[in-house]
Design a protein around this ligand. Structure first.
Ligand code: SF4
Length: 173
């Protein structure tokens, strides 16, 4: 599919976890995604991640916010996100902070977040306080700036594109 110029979200349309994930990975990926270019269905990596999430926490219920689906929220309210990665990442924390922001805007008194890495049996805590809220708002604003751009952001260096499902569009692979 060739990305077109008229597929981006309206300025006030809520942004979900996928938008923040793509922004953190590569602003160009977010820009392309918002123009309707979505090769994720062909990506084994995404499918595997879904399997890990499904198998690891079968008793948990997803929380569907329309624009985002949170893996689960425990008493408190603590936001939980499961990742198939073997390496904890600041990008995962950014996604959880965004979920905290979305819940808070719905009137939930969010306490914190946790990222779960079942493949390495680890968790990382994500703070939710004034600094974290400011960071989440700045990330959201950055995503909106990228989405509104008339032209796609520059590609990352080739080495950093390894494993990206948009390789064929960006590099003709
Ligand atoms: S292939 Fe590289 S430049 Fe293109 S979206 Fe993916 S990470 Fe970004």
């Amino acid at each position: 599919m060739t990305p077109g110029p008229h597929h981006r979200a309206e300025d006030n349309e809520p942004l979900g976890g996928v938008h923040i994930k793509y922004l953190c990975h590569c602003p160009r990926q977010l820009w392309l995604y918002m123009r309707g270019y979505r090769p994720e269905a062909r990506s084994d990596r995404v499918a595997f991640g879904e399997v890990v999430a499904d198998d690891s926490f079968t008793r948990r219920r997803e929380v569907d916010l329309d624009e985002a689906r949170i893996d689960w929220v425990s008493a408190g309210a603590v936001v939980h996100e499961t990742k198939s990665s073997r390496a904890p990442s600041a990008d995962h924390a950014a996604q959880v902070r965004h979920y905290c922001l979305l819940l808070e805007r719905r009137g939930i008194a969010v306490r914190a977040g946790v990222v779960h890495y079942p493949l390495i049996r680890r968790t990382t805590d994500v703070a939710w306080d004034d600094d974290a809220r400011a960071e989440a708002e700045a990330t959201e604003a950055e995503a909106r700036t990228v989405i509104a751009a008339a032209t796609p952001p520059e590609r990352l260096t080739r080495g950093r594109c390894r494993g990206c499902s948009y390789l064929d569009y960006c590099w003709g692979d």
